[in-house]
Design a protein around this ligand. Sequence first.
Ligand SMILES: NC(=O)c1ccc[n+]([C@@H]2O[C@H](COP(=O)([O-])OP(=O)(O)OC[C@H]3O[C@@H](n4cnc5c(N)ncnc54)[C@H](OP(=O)(O)O)[C@@H]3O)[C@@H](O)[C@H]2O)c1
Length: 330
Amino acid sequence: MSESFKALMASAVGERDYEVSFKEITEDDLPDLPVLVEVDYSTINYKDALAITKKGRIIRSFPMICGIDIAGKVISSDDDKWQTGDDIIVNGFGLSETEQGAYSRRQRVSADWLVKLPKGLSPRQAMAIGTAGYTAMLCVQALEDHGVKPQDGEILVSGATGGVGSIAIMILAKLGFSVVAVTGRMEHQDYLKSLGASDVIERGELDRDAKAMEKERWAGVVDCVGGKTLSTAIAQTKYNGTVTACGLAGGFALNSTVMPFILRGVKLIGIDSVMASISKRQKAWLRLAQDIDLDLLEQGITDIDFNDVPTACADLLEGRTKGRMVVKVN
Ligand SMILES: NC(=O)c1ccc[n+]([C@@H]2O[C@H](COP(=O)([O-])OP(=O)(O)OC[C@H]3O[C@@H](n4cnc5c(N)ncnc54)[C@H](OP(=O)(O)O)[C@@H]3O)[C@@H](O)[C@H]2O)c1
């Protein structure tokens, strides 16, 4: 029998429940997919926290190895797109939902899910970015694709102390945008300014019932929280501005009117990282290697021991973390 290794797994309990625990598994327990990878690092995203704490319906089949992000090396490949020793990243593509995930020293994945680790990034830095940072970049690229430029005015970033928000601030500030961070944790305003926010506002300023249209302020928005914050941000977006919606940390409802869209030409762009095409991912990762201040990224990393992932997941959902957590799996 092949050597055993540790994996963080969700196992069904009866028809409707599951439990998450560390299990010893072997390569025989991995799925029948062509690329065997050594998982060096992973991270903890909002979705990982929902899955592991059982607070969200993320996992669709059991038993499931949790974890949506992998940075590692190809051990062997039955598909010639990939060779032994290639440094790779996998984000999403159903990992920890319908496909076996990252919290395992080894994993087998489809050859179509992998992105080359861009030059200039270490696997640890790639996981400090993770799905959260890659999603932040998809939001920034959507703003750019819709013509938003630094000279157009301020960009609002909500859920600012979180993974997506904190990296969006870093990228936008490096690109020369003036960034306003909205947070429920004003005690972290110095941290948000150190990432590049020029102003920090309290969550309550947006998390309230909005009028159909309010005073124009934002040239662009990166919204990670949804709900009333997103409705207010739309109502305050300037003529021709663009709002990117990627998250629901504050709620999935959206109450708005058509007014900002038909009178100000506001654009609301949905962002999905999970099933984005490989070419979109590759472009986003190349930009991440180029447009992130790596010293700043390093300063914001919290290293999490593999054994402590369940506790860190609970901390994330309780608002006890900020920035990005990196997990050394191997
Ligand atoms: N579309 C996609 O493909 C994609 C990819 C990645 C993530 N996401 C989603 O994006 C969101 C953010 O992800 P993340 O990884 O950044 O999560 P995170 O690290 O947990 O950050 C979420 C942030 O949202 C704010 N927040 C939390 N509860 C809130 C509430 N009740 N009302 C308003 N704000 C609240 C907090 O920031 P402050 O304390 O600073 O306010 C928190 O730090 C999640 O909903 C996640 O599912 C979507």
